[in-house]
Design a protein around this ligand. Sequence first.
Ligand code: F2R
Ligand code: MG
Ligand code: MG
Length: 345
Amino acid sequence: MIDKILMRSKFRGTLLGALIGDCCGAPFEGQIMDSGTKLVLKNNLDRLEGPFFKAPYKKYTDDTAMTKCVANTILDSKGFSQTLLAKNFVVEYFKDPRRGYGAAVVDVFAKLRNTKIADPTGPAAAQFGGTGSYGNGAAMRISPVALFCANRNKQELVQLVRDSSLVTHSNVLGVNGAILQALAIHQCLQLNPKDMFDRKQYISQLKADIAALESANDPDLDANSNAYMNQLHAMEQLLEDKVESNDENVLNTLGHSVEALYSVPTAIFCFLKCLSGTINDSPQLSFRSTLEYAISLGGDTDTIASMASSICGAYFGDAIISKNLIKHCEDADNMIILADRLFDL
Ligand code: F2R
Ligand code: MG
Ligand code: MG
């Protein structure tokens, strides 16, 4: 049983995790993470968590800008619609375009604006010669949907994730990546962090949910028919040390790119690895380890750290996140307000 106080804390932890991962990961996006850079990362995070000092905010990127749009669309008095979500994305992007958006998704925003959102999913469906984007942009912003569906069944969750994804991402890998990220958060919301965490059970549940999604694919016609199941299986092998989980193996197996398939399972892996005591077993340190480890893998650091820290925040709640670290992230107060409003909804 999760009481109301813990659940409110979990809502805050989910959105704050998403924000902190984005803000702290962004400066390392695309960098080679050699031992020197990893030390810089560690020192940076130590400083941000240490005694408070006044410094410019760590700015958030597209991950948070779009997460806020999703949250505000759900919270709108008229209720969620793809047209409203598309409008919120367009307004936000043209107000503040320099947030490091994906190279192709900005074309969707331009088309949506030029057509006055006549068809909210049309421009996304036309991306990449009609195959749609398989980037991680739908997954990176999905946490408010998982929160909204905390007490709803999985069918409703999957439907709302799909509806919100299709405004920018129509490729099945982009959509299923968002569904997997939402399911990872959704499951954590139901778990009490005071109980023993059953990693096997957590992964089997994710696998069962993904099997249901991917069973609709035809393996003869679709090379990616079991794509996420294969990634979850590979993730489990790494966690069980059937394959040595050094950085090279993690990156070769799970990846760290802007593609949803090669970043969402990686984010879940970061959370599970840091939770299981492989790195440590204290809640405060688990959050910090998840954040630091996700960034240390390099590549799409803001997004992988954002997704991993959001899952971790959903599991533990916000009490275990360093207050000083939160204060250093742009717009943290507003993320807490959004989390509380989603909880009250
Ligand atoms: N864009 C970035 N990072 C680049 C560096 C930013 C720089 N630091 C700055 O400040 O400017 N990060 C953000 O983009 C990712 C989310 O992207 P999203 O929303 O999925 O966008 P998009 O454009 O749809 O997809 C991303 C790229 O994936 C490739 N791709 C996707 N589908 C494809 C397909 N069907 N065929 C071929 N390629 C496909 C393309 O290269 C897309 O541009 C997050 O990391 C966010 O932080
Ligand atoms: Mg970003
Ligand atoms: Mg990114």
